[in-house]
Design a protein. Sequence first.
Length: 111
Amino acid sequence: MDDIAARRAAEHLLAEHKANARFTPLGPPDRPATISDAYDIQERYVALLRGQHGEPVGYKVGLTSATMQAFCGIDHPIAGVVLASRVLQTGARVRRADFGRLGLNSKSPCA
């Protein structure tokens, strides 16, 4: 994917995120045609988020179930970046209204 299209797609996603809008799939010409295109967009999106949310501190795996993969039209898990301000410590309180789709990991590092 060329840099301009990837940047435009990332800026569109950021605008939706800031507006707390429900996610809508990207349309042509910014829709990723390959998983590599999607990661190009993600790289630019993360770069846009870093100013407000800090540096990458880890990674996450998504779409690990066949059901979610089918829902998204792919046949494999995907990877994402976790930014510093988005890591919450045990006991943190969150408001459901602050998240579009809240996912929690309840696994203790001691488990």
